[in-house]
Design a protein around this ligand. Structure first.
Ligand SMILES: [Zn+2]
Length: 139
């Protein structure tokens, strides 16, 4: 099976998601914002961001933290996989918020091909239980 996942840790995943969710806001994402959002210490976030910069997923610019193109793609992949798995669990009878929490622990580890197969299997749903489009983010 082809694995096109980018090798990241759970904490790196959480930082990418936080930066990605904030990308359309008028205020820029700063380390302090990420630390606050994820309830982590500033030096910890600094360290994670440093690794994400090394991996080419994030760039720092005048105190702001931005996703690179590669980082954006990674973010969109994770979101798509998250929503697919969330929808799958929801259809199995798991409460939507519980499904969201649970899937957040492993969404970034799912293979893209597997995610596509799950979409097929559950009848190509358009939206996740929270009403967000599943495929919108897919390139
Ligand atoms: Zn969710």
């Amino acid at each position: 099976m082809k694995n096109n996942n980018i090798n990241i840790t759970k904490r790196e995943r959480d930082c990418i998601i936080t930066i990605g969710k904030n990308r359309n806001q008028s205020f820029p994402t700063r380390i302090s914002f990420i630390a606050k959002s994820l309830d982590m210490k500033m030096p910890t976030v600094e360290e994670i961001i440093k690794r994400l910069v090394e991996k080419g997923l994030v760039q720092k610019e005048a105190g702001m933290v931005l996703l690179t193109e590669k980082g954006n793609n990674c973010y969109e992949e994770i979101i798509m996989k998250h929503r697919v798995m969330e929808t799958f669990l929801f259809e199995c009878g798991v409460n939507a918020d519980e499904a969201c929490r649970e899937v957040s622990r492993f969404d970034y580890l799912i293979d893209s091909e597997s995610a596509d197969k799950i979409i097929e299997k559950i009848g190509k749903p358009e939206k996740c239980p929270h009403g967000f489009k599943i495929i919108e983010s897919k390139r």
